[in-house]
Design a protein around this ligand. Structure first.
Ligand code: F6P
Length: 321
């Protein structure tokens, strides 16, 4: 193998740049040429790529986003799109590919592998919903960003008898919200995996004040069954009686300098992905399992979503007492 490509795809996550850097410098160290493919699979199909040297990834380890830029590509999901991508890879003499991204991006990687093209995936998503890794690149930073906001909201919240709602990202997965609720000391957490009636939420918040708590904080996953604005409207009803303040954190969670954990994870995974490709391994992701970097087949990773450890939900409930 002489030349490999690297692309980032789907939603960006803090640490993607650290991963690109590790891919490029590890690859160069192994005597490979590295092509940086712009705008994810869109750029692959369009042939938007250029060689990357050690200096092209200088000064990026501390930056969120992705210098290669990213996209969610509809065309790549079609057979014709896949074939066009394969043609471009051959045209540019690329013999292996590192795909850095979330679940959808890894499905794309599996398609290329099925077409006989060597590919290794690296899980990167703030949602932490990818099988085959305990943590995805960007999750830790996003969690810290959410916590920073929650801590601040709690400070103002403690000065009023209000109910504060904070919505965090995570698509249809409750990991980010659940961890933010535990680490931020929320009174209630709403996640897609658990159903809780709004009456119950109101009851818990009222009890919080009766118990002498200074704040009543609800963390809501964006994918929760009860939507944030509905919860806010309910709690503000005259008969329920809360004064409510709502914060939707949104994309702020995707920015910010990657944490030490994410930089190190991204670096280890990026380096390992290239080493695996160079050893002739394909059709896998590299992930963190325990404290080791392990491979799991793309087939397995993409066939189901990671299961959320629901014992953390019970823990959040006990600790909110
Ligand atoms: O998958 C990462 C994520 O940030 C989710 O948490 C969120 O639902 C989604 O992407 C937002 O996507 P977009 O940036 O395309 O609006």
């Amino acid at each position: 193998m002489k030349r490999i490509g690297v692309l980032t795809s789907g939603g960006d996550s803090p640490g993607m740049n650290a991963c690109i850097r590790a891919v490029v410098r590890t690859g160069l160290g192994l005597g490979l040429e590295i092509m940086g493919i712009k705008h994810g699979y869109n750029g692959l199909i369009a042939g938007e790529m250029e060689p990357m040297g050690a200096r092209s990834v200088g000064g990026i380890i501390q930056r969120a986003g992705t210098i290669l830029q990213t996209a969610r590509c509809e065309e790549f999901k079609t057979t014709q799109g896949g074939r066009r991508a394969l043609r471009k890879l051959n045209e540019y003499g690329i013999e292996g590919l590192v795909v850095i991204g979330g679940g959808g991006s890894l499905k794309g990687a599996l398609e290329l592998h099925k077409m006989g093209f060597p590919v290794v995936g690296v899980p990167a998503s703030i949602d932490n919903d990818i099988c085959g890794t305990d943590m995805s690149i960007g999750t830790d930073t996003a969690l810290n960003t959410a916590l920073d906001a929650i801590d601040k909201i709690k400070e103002t919240g403690s000065s009023h008898g209000r109910a504060f709602l904070v919505e965090v990202m995570g698509r249809n997965y409750g990991y980010l919200a659940l961890m933010a609720a535990i680490a931020g000391g929320a009174e209630v957490v709403l996640i897609p995996e658990k159903k809780i009636a709004m009456e119950e939420v109101a009851k818990i918040l009222k009890q919080a004040y009766i118990k002498g708590k200074a704040h009543a904080l609800v963390v809501i996953a964006e994918g929760a069954k009860c939507k944030t604005l509905e919860v806010a409207a309910y709690l503000q009803k005259e008969e329920v009686g809360f004064e409510v303040r709502t914060t939707i954190l949104g994309h702020v969670q995707r920015g910010g300098s990657p944490s030490a954990f994410d930089r190190l994870l991204a670096t280890r995974l990026g380096a390992s992905a290239v080493q695996k490709l160079a050893q002739g391994v394909s059709g896998v992701i590299v992930g963190l399992i325990g404290n080791k970097i392990e491979t799991t087949s793309l087939e397995r990773v993409t066939e189901r979503r990671k299961e959320l450890d629901i014992t953390f939900y019970d823990m959040a409930d006990v600790l909110a007492k």
